[in-house]
Design a protein around this ligand. Structure first.
Ligand code: GH3
Ligand code: MG
Ligand code: MG
Ligand code: MG
Length: 321
């Protein structure tokens, strides 16, 4: 039997809700204009967390961008920018806008509490703070945060192969297409389709077919190099590789290496009319040069698909560009 590849480390591996916490120490930002209050929070939380501290609003917003904390404990009453304003600016920011915030304040009463929650805080803690309460609330909100991060990540991953799913691909294609059009940079797309895969399933069974898809996905992924490159499962036995800043000739060369690598897996396929092993056909297209007026990302997909069709037509197990 062909050995199963070691599955890639994906968020799917952490699907168990209790395991949503990252291996690293969670990062907390503590904000209070009075150092003595910061010290109380510091003592309550030091140890299991990596702590950052700010005594002013500007400084807090800067640390959110620079250190990307998982949770912020935010004082309400501060001299130059109060907690409400800090939270408003945080929510309006381009990134890290969804960082959860717990307000900490000496003001009592349902009025201030509801104002804090309406402003978009996830919780509210009264001063003087009880260290055990602070620890418990921080733990609860971090758990919720990590669970929602995990679910969001899973929504963009193909469960069978661990590569990006169609939704993720469509989003990235639109984004990279826009960028390439604006900047006049090249953008290449490779479409790959497993040859005679229906016959493979019919002979070896659906589970063996699933294992082939995992092997092929990993092989394609092992061949892309740059962090911006994306391998996605586009459909049943079809994969897409999106390559920003890559001209057609380079994408074609990459597709040739991928084609050879899939063949070199040497997975027996008795009923293939192309080769005695599993093979795939590849179509490659690129957007190059200045912006094409009125052109849509579907154009690139259509071009790559036409090349894939041509590769099938010419006898499969090859690259057309
Ligand atoms: P061609 O060389 O022309 O691409 O032929 P093909 O048989 O690969 O193409 P066709 O479109 O006729 O069949 C695709 C097959 O892929 C049929 C479908 O059952 C199988 N398939 C799609 N998704 C999955 C999957 O998730 N797991 C498995 N095991 N098979 C799948
Ligand atoms: Mg204060
Ligand atoms: Mg197909
Ligand atoms: Mg096929």
């Amino acid at each position: 039997a062909h050995p199963e590849p070691r599955p890639p480390e994906t968020p799917a591996d952490r699907l168990e809700v209790g395991q949503a916490w990252p291996a690293r120490k969670p990062r907390l930002l503590l904000v209070d204009d009075q150092p003595v209050h910061l010290q109380v929070l510091y003592r309550a939380l030091t140890g299991p967390y990596q702590l950052f501290m700010a005594t002013r609003g500007e400084q807090a917003l800067h640390l959110v961008r620079e250190q990307q904390p998982d949770l912020v404990l935010l004082d309400v009453v501060m001299p130059d920018m109060d907690g409400f304003e800090v939270l408003r600016r945080l929510r309006a920011a381009r990134d890290r806008a969804d960082t959860p915030v717990i307000f900490v304040t000496a003001h009592e009463g349902a009025d201030i509490e509801s104002r804090c929650l309406e402003a978009g805080a996830v919780d509210f803690i009264s001063k003087p703070v009880n260290p055990a309460v602070v620890r418990a609330r921080v733990r609860t909100h971090l758990t919720l945060k990590f669970q929602s991060d995990l679910l969001r990540a899973l929504a963009f991953i193909d469960g069978l192969t661990g590569v990006a799913n169609r939704r993720h691909f469509d989003e990235r294609l639109a984004l990279e297409w826009g960028r390439a059009q604006r900047l006049g940079t090249p953008l290449s797309l490779i479409l790959a389709d497993v040859d005679h895969f229906k016959a493979y399933n019919d002979h070896y069974g659906h589970q063996a077919g699933d294992a082939v898809l995992r092997h092929v996905a990993q092989t394609l992924r092992a061949h892309v190099r740059r962090p911006a490159d994306m391998v996605a499962r586009y459909g049943g036995e079809e994969f897409a590789c999106l390559l920003p800043d890559t001209p057609l000739a380079d994408a074609q060369a990459l597709a040739e290496r991928m084609q050879q690598a899939v063949r070199d897996l040497a997975i027996p396929h008795r009923d293939s009319r192309t080769a005695p092993v599993v093979t795939a056909s590849f179509g490659v297209a690129a957007r190059e040069g200045p912006a094409l007026r009125g052109a849509h990302p579907a154009l690139l997909l259509g071009l790559a698909d036409a090349q894939l069709y041509e590769a099938k037509h010419q006898g499969r197990a090859r690259v057309c560009a």
